[in-house]
Each structure stands twice: as C-alpha cells, then as structure tokens.
Design a protein around this ligand. Sequence first.
Ligand SMILES: NC(=O)c1ccc[n+]([C@@H]2O[C@H](COP(=O)([O-])OP(=O)(O)OC[C@H]3O[C@@H](n4cnc5c(N)ncnc54)[C@H](OP(=O)(O)O)[C@@H]3O)[C@@H](O)[C@H]2O)c1
Length: 221
Amino acid sequence: MRESKHPYIILSAAMTIDGKIASKTGDPELSDEQDWKEIHKLRSQVDGIIVGKNTILKDNPKLHIKFYDHKGYYRIVVDSNLSIPVYSKIITFQPQIYPTIICTTENASLKKIKNFESKGVKILKSGKGKKVNISNLMPLLYNLGIKKLLLEGGGTLNWSFIKKNLVDEIRLTIAPWIVGGQNATNLVEGKGFETMAQAPRFKLLEILNRDNYVVLKYKKN
Ligand SMILES: NC(=O)c1ccc[n+]([C@@H]2O[C@H](COP(=O)([O-])OP(=O)(O)OC[C@H]3O[C@@H](n4cnc5c(N)ncnc54)[C@H](OP(=O)(O)O)[C@@H]3O)[C@@H](O)[C@H]2O)c1
C-alpha cells in the first residue's frame, strides 16, 4: 500500500497501433479533434498536469483547455537541470489560470532558480540525485492541493511512475497508424521489468471506439 498523501494519478496518452507516442522525428500529431476534446475534458477535472522536460523541449505545449470552462490547474514539469527555456509556452501562456511548477533536485543552480522565480514559476526540489525523485515529489504536490494529477508523458516520465507503481488509472487513445522506428518514443520507455509478475497489472474498465480510434480505460488492479 502506498502512503495516503499522494495525488490520485491518471496516465493519459495517445499512441499508434505499435505503441509509439511520437514518430522518430518527434511528430506527436496523433489525436483528432474529438480526442482533444476528451483530453481537455479530463484536464478540466484535475488539479495538475505533469510532463517530462523533453516533452516541453520537443513539443512546447501550452497544456491548456480550450473546449470547456474550468477552474485552472498547475502545469508541472520535471527538469533536473532547469534546462527548459523561460519562454516555453507552459510559462508564458496564461500563467494566471495555469500556474507553472518546475520540479528539480537539490543540486539545481540558484541562479537558474531565481531566474524562473522572477517569471512567476514555483520551484520544488525533490531528491539529491541526478533525476527528480518522483516518489518524494508526490506528497509535495499533494500538500499544494494537487489531489488529482494527470500524467501526460513522455515515455521516460511514464516509466518513472510505472516503475514505482504510482499510476491509478490509464486513459489511452489508440490512433490508426503504425509508424515504427527504434528511436520513436514508446508509451513507456526506461529499463522495463524482468517479468510480467513484477509489472503493475491493470483492469480494463471501458473500450470506446469511433472513426478508427479506440479509447481504453484501465484502473489499477
Ligand atoms: N502522444 C502522447 O500522448 C504524448 C504525450 C507526451 C509526450 N509525447 C512525446 O514524448 C516525447 C518525449 O518523451 P521522452 O521520453 O523523450 O521524455 P519525457 O518523458 O518528456 O522527459 C524525460 C526527461 O525528464 C527529466 N526527468 C527528471 N527527472 C525525471 C524522472 N525521475 N523520471 C523521468 N524523467 C525525469 C529528464 O531530463 P533531465 O535529466 O534533464 O531532467 C528526462 O530525460 C516527445 O516526442 C513527445 O511528443 C507524446
């Protein structure tokens, strides 16, 4: 059992039939308008969205909502070396509705911290290692009022959550392409588990299909 002071975590992603969440050149255009609407609806129900720093560098997403009314939420990025540009859209686009948190480590440069803070970004430090300590980060987010957290990738960050068995629910769109490519990012990257017995198992709750798209919903078993 995990401690209670953790957000409830929903992994949300769109992947190709062959499990890729972007092409080998980084093309992430998998969702159609209907899928975006559903993703935005899910965003409207959470207190925060978390992504890895490569997703910011590659896609420069706004992580906003355009289809629904909502109360706003935190946009959170894990970035051990504070390397995302200060002009990234998650920092500059509507910060009054979607405040931004960058999660880093105890080793982060004070100068960079001050620079981000001067742009209104909140900095959280978790861990003394090379990467952000995800397990220790969860209570810090919870204490900021983030009770429900949407994990929006990419594959490397997804692995860090799966590895620690932190994912409570999954919403997965299967888009009608097979794109291949050894270097195309998979839904989950990282080292992987040795056996199925070690890997977290999920219970299928729902299958929706429309226009060649399939949406699968799972819960932690
Ligand atoms: N289709 C979809 O639904 C979807 C959604 C999101 C992203 N994507 C795609 O995914 C790709 C990016 O995925 P990615 O796997 O390359 O990177 P990522 O998961 O976005 O970011 C990983 C980076 O985050 C930082 N990080 C810090 N602490 C970490 C920790 N504990 N665990 C994991 N990461 C940590 C690391 O960089 P530092 O060491 O420098 O901190 C790490 O390299 C993009 O092409 C994007 O388009 C697709």
